[in-house]
Design a protein around this ligand. Structure first.
Ligand SMILES: Cc1cc2nc3c(=O)[nH]c(=O)nc-3n(C[C@H](O)[C@H](O)[C@H](O)COP(=O)(O)OP(=O)(O)OC[C@H]3O[C@@H](n4cnc5c(N)ncnc54)[C@H](O)[C@@H]3O)c2cc1C
Length: 466
């Protein structure tokens, strides 16, 4: 992992009192702390794990190949992430998107195509019509005030599975839509509220923005890994970042907040909790949080995703006219493959995504069987040269001690309607909420994490100026 080596072995003592404590050094917490620090507001970040970056986690492997185990892509409308990367001089490069993509169907049939999808592919027309309907419904959602949506009760009462069953007759189109849902939310359509799907689409600026590469969310990658900007921010903040410092308890006192950590106690005027719901649940609060916030957090489970990288001497599939991108329908563990080679193509890297039900059964296999399941699929797609990677690495996010899943949390059906108004991100007295799950724009993405941190910092500034 790319870790901050200066803070791990020689921890700086915690200050007794600061104006603002930020809990969590993912992109949301770093963004909040940076914004407050820029304004001269005395702030520290407390991070439970031994590194910054949270769900963004880059690793330099053999021969210097950097793999991104977590968040990796940035799209052209993700202005907050692009601006932060530019401020800290972290270059990006285009995702390899040249050549033919492959579709592998349950019966072993393969289709090759370029562009967004095979024009003549099974169920394609119905799939595209369904995507248009989703965009149309999503346009009615106010992303800053989602619970004001007129049809929220109806849409939040239906799962995406039942919506597709009801509105999409073609089975292959439903298969395509199900894989799209797994790919974007890393959960099964039966677990996803139609309202949350529509909010998320609105938050990203359209269904295609979530799905596509060129001009969309998967357009570019970071030369030194997506964690490199987080490391640069942490370096800039210096001793204000305390890793290996997990927050256990947050207590309102008469004139501030008392924060208990594994390394002692700090008093602060205000707190920004920049954690995913899975981690917020493990912190206790006095007085207890408002019921709406507690319910929101309890009813927002993380997705089930694993990322697997196979490294080869060269990106050999490119010479065969293939982009390295594949979508796999059916029972094979892998759902989607991308070419994750370094910019100079000095090595070839394929990244495999394993989601939802398939992730649960695949992760229960032995180490050898998991690897065999992945490599067999790569051989089926790219031929025998895929059988012998020079390096192989997996990150199974539900097993991550801090995040307990990914990419993000998805509120279960009914949660937005019943608890969204007060539970989504309304401050609880001196406690303010950040985290990708609290963003209006690019909710669930790194960009959303960064804007959520900036929003929480703005709330703090207003409070402190009163
Ligand atoms: C596999 C995967 C792929 C993804 N792909 C993309 C992508 O390509 N593009 C994109 O934009 N997004 C992607 N995402 C989503 C993106 O990574 C997240 O939305 C974003 O990083 C979340 O940032 P955050 O700061 O809100 O939360 P986190 O990154 O989860 O940060 C929370 C921090 O809090 C810490 N913490 C937890 N509990 C405590 C505690 N008690 N005390 C102190 N600290 C604590 C954690 O260790 C962590 O560092 C992906 C995510 C995953 C998992």
């Amino acid at each position: 992992m790319l870790v901050m080596t200066n803070t791990k072995d020689h921890p700086t003592a915690l200050p007794a009192h600061v104006r603002t404590v930020v809990v969590g050094a993912g992109y949301a917490g770093l963004s909040a702390a940076l914004s407050l620090h820029d304004d001269g507001i005395d702030t520290v970040i407390l991070e439970g794990s031994g590194r910054v970056g949270g769900r963004v986690c880059s690793e330099r492997r053999r021969d210097g190949v950097v793999v991104d185990h977590g968040g990796q892509w940035v799209g052209p409308t993700q202005k907050h992430l692009l601006a932060l990367a530019e401020r800290f001089d972290r270059p990006t490069f285009p995702t390899y998107n040249t050549g033919e993509h492959i579709e592998l169907w349950p019966d072993g049939a393969q289709r090759r195509y370029t562009g967004a999808g095979p024009d003549d592919g099974p169920g394609m027309d119905e799939y595209l019509a369904a995507a248009d309907r989703i965009d149309e419904l999503a346009r009615t959602i106010d992303i800053d005030d989602p619970t004001a949506t007129p049809d929220i009760e109806k849409w939040d009462s239906e799962t995406v599975h039942s919506y597709f069953e009801r509105t999409v007759a073609n089975e292959d189109a439903r298969r395509r839509l199900a894989l799209a849902v797994e790919g974007v939310w890393s959960i099964e359509p039966r677990d996803l509220s139609l309202f949350h799907l529509l909010f998320y689409v609105a938050s990203a600026g359209g269904f295609d923005q979530l799905m596509e590469t060129e001009g969309c969310a998967q357009e570019r990658r970071f030369r030194d890994g997506a964690q490199s900007t987080a490391l640069a921010v942490a370096e800039h903040l210096g001793d204000r970042v305390h890793v290996n410092t997990a927050v256990r308890h947050v207590e309102h006192t008469t004139d501030g907040v008392r924060i208990e950590t594994t390394r002692g106690t700090i008093l602060a005027d205000t707190v920004v909790m920049a954690l995913p719901p899975s981690a917020t649940q493990r912190v206790t609060f006095t007085p207890p949080l408002p019921v709406s916030r507690t319910r929101w957090v309890e009813r927002s489970p993380m997705g089930d995703v694993a990322k697997v990288h196979a490294v080869f001497d060269t990106p050999f599939w490119r010479a065969d006219g293939l982009s390295g991108q594949a979508t796999i329908y059916g029972d094979r563990a892998v759902g989607v493959v991308f070419d994750n080679s370094p910019e100079d193509a000095g090595h070839g890297v394929l990244v495999c995504f394993v989601y939802g039900d398939r992730q649960r059964s695949w992760s229960a296999l032995s180490d050898d069987d998991r690897r065999t399941a992945i490599i067999d699929t790569l051989v089926e797609l790219f031929g025998d040269r895929a059988a012998s990677p020079i390096d192989y690495t997996e990150k199974i996010w539900p097993q991550d001690r801090w995040a307990r899943g990914g990419y993000a949390a998805s509120p279960t059906p009914g949660t937005w309607f019943a608890h969204g108004h007060d539970g989504w991100r309304a401050p609880a007295d001196r406690i303010h909420w950040a985290g990708s799950e609290t963003a209006s724009i690019w909710n669930g993405y790194i960009d959303g994490a960064i804007s959520s941190g900036a929003r929480a910092a703005e709330e703090i500034r207003k409070r402190l100026s009163r």
